[in-house]
Structures are given as structure tokens and as C-alpha cells.
Write a protein that binds this ligand. Structure first.
Ligand code: PEP
Length: 252
């Protein structure tokens, strides 16, 4: 088994004002400041990022955004660029989250352009993939998820691909309290790694593949015991600083 560092990323979604984010950062840091054996990421709303930069700079906590444009700059009302995220001290960006695919019409093609742009700018993309319940029940989940991975990464050089993080998030498990079994998570994360190997050979062994979908402090350890599950993308359970810190300690 490859020796991969674990990654725990919180996705706040559309929660927290600047003040709330600052209060969170103080409490959270107090609890996780000595955690060095895994990577901790907070993916905050755009408006909170710059404030968090001041709170978290030179700490063990890395900053991420939840979306980004494929364009450098220009007449793209409502969009945000890679350079703007870098300026706010982001090193990660979630791309292709199922909420963006489902509610805001993001296509595999747009996500592929965003992944390329993030890598070009020096940001680490957290590429989200995952099937809905009807696809899973039809027995087509593995094929669909492998297709999403392939479409997002097509044509990217193996060197650039070595900086990608993938998050497997079955849509039926997001925000529902219904976690995938650790065996189902393992099966899909291994299938994703198999697809990565088509593009990058054995370097796929180095790519962190996360599971997301109702991860909590009391199920993280079991998920991480699976050989291809390298961490988690955490929505609801990342919103309370002490609760998220507990989850991280259970993962470390
Ligand atoms: C997510 O949206 O990335 C997520 C995994 O949400 P939750 O943990 O709330 O299911």
C-alpha cells in the first residue's frame, strides 16, 4: 500500500459571515494547531477567505475555495479567478461539486477547463465526482464516476495530474445522514485510482482520493481504514469548530 498522507477538507458551502468565520478560526486553531500528521483544509465562501488568511497564515490549516472560473479575467459577471483566490492565500479549490453540477448547470467540459486553469495557476484542485441514487441502483455508478474522472482530466500532463486531489461524493450520501459503507467507498476509490492510472501510470498511487457524504467524527476512522480512502470532504460536520476538530483528531 502506498504511503499517502491523509487529507481532511471542510466544505462550509454557503455558510458563515466574515465575523463567524473569524470566530471559528480562533476556536478551531486552538484545537488543531498541533495536528501535523494529516493535511487540514477549510473551503470557505469567497468573502470569508481574505479574513481567514489573516487568522490562519502560517498555521497547519490550509485554505480552499469552493469554485473558480476557467477564465483568467474579463467580462464574466459573478465569477472569480484563480489569481483572486491565490491573493486570498488559497492553495486548494473544490471543482465540480455535485451542487454546482446539479443546481448551476456545470458540465464535465466546464469542470475540465477549471481543473486545467487551477493547475496552471498553481492551485490544487479537489475534483468532485459521484453518482445519484438511480445510477447506483441501476448498477452504473462505477462506470459513470470513472467517466467523470476521465472527462475532467483528459489531456492534462502526468506531472500536473500528480497535484490533483479527487473526492468521491455519492449524491445520495451528501447532507442526508446516509454514509456510504466503507466497502462501497473503498470500491469506488479503487476504481477511480484505476482510471487515474490510465492517465498517469503508477503515479496514481500518490493521488489522494477522498470520500465525502455524511462523514462525521464517529465514522471517519472506519472509512480511513480502507486502503484507497485517503481522507474526507466534510460538509455539515465541518461547520462547528470543536466538532470538526474532534473529527480531525479521530482521523489523525
Ligand atoms: C459535501 O457537500 O461536500 C458533503 C460531503 O456534505 P455532507 O458532509 O454534509 O454530507
Amino acid at each position: 500500500v502506498a504511503n499517502r498522507r491523509h487529507v481532511i477538507a471542510g466544505n462550509w458551502k454557503m455558510f458563515k459571515t466574515v465575523k463567524e468565520a473569524e470566530d471559528y478560526a480562533v476556536k478551531f486553531l486552538e484545537d488543531v494547531k498541533n495536528v501535523t500528521d494529516l493535511d487540514i483544509i477549510l473551503c470557505a465562501p469567497f468573502t470569508a477567505l481574505y479574513a481567514l488568511k489573516n487568522e490562519l497564515e502560517e498555521s497547519v490549516v490550509h485554505l480552499g475555495a469552493q469554485n473558480m472560473s476557467w477564465a483568467d479575467q474579463g467580462a464574466y459577471t459573478g465569477e472569480i479567478s484563480a489569481q483572486m483566490l491565490l491573493e486570498a492565500a488559497c492553495t486548494y479549490v473544490i471543482l465540480g461539486h455535485s451542487e454546482r453540477r446539479e443546481m448551476f448547470g456545470e458540465t464535465d467540459e466546464a469542470i475540465a477547463k477549471k481543473v486545467r486553469k487551477a493547475l496552471e495557476a498553481g492551485l490544487t484542485p479537489i475534483l468532485c465526482v459521484g453518482e445519484n441514487l438511480s445510477v447506483r441502483e441501476a448498477g452504473k455508478a462505477v462506470a459513470q464516476v470513472q467517466g467523470q474522472v476521465a472527462k475532467a482530466l483528459e489531456g492534462i500532463s502526468p506531472e500536473d495530474l500528480s497535484r490533483v486531489v479527487v473526492a468521491y461524493e455519492p449524491i445520495w450520501a451528501i447532507g442526508t445522514g446516509k454514509t456510504a459503507s466503507s466497502q462501497d467507498a473503498q470500491e469506488m476509490c479503487a476504481a477511480i485510482r484505476f482510471t487515474l492510472a490510465r492517465f498517469m501510470g503508477t503515479a496514481s498511487e500518490k493521488v489522494p482520493i477522498l470520500y465525502g457524504g455524511s462523514v462525521k467524527a464517529d465514522n471517519i476512522a472506519e472509512l480511513l481504514s480502507e486502503s484507497d480512502v485517503d481522507g474526507a470532504l466534510v460538509g455539515g460536520a465541518s461547520l462547528d469548530p470543536q466538532g470538526f476538530a474532534k473529527l480531525i483528531h479521530n482521523a489523525a
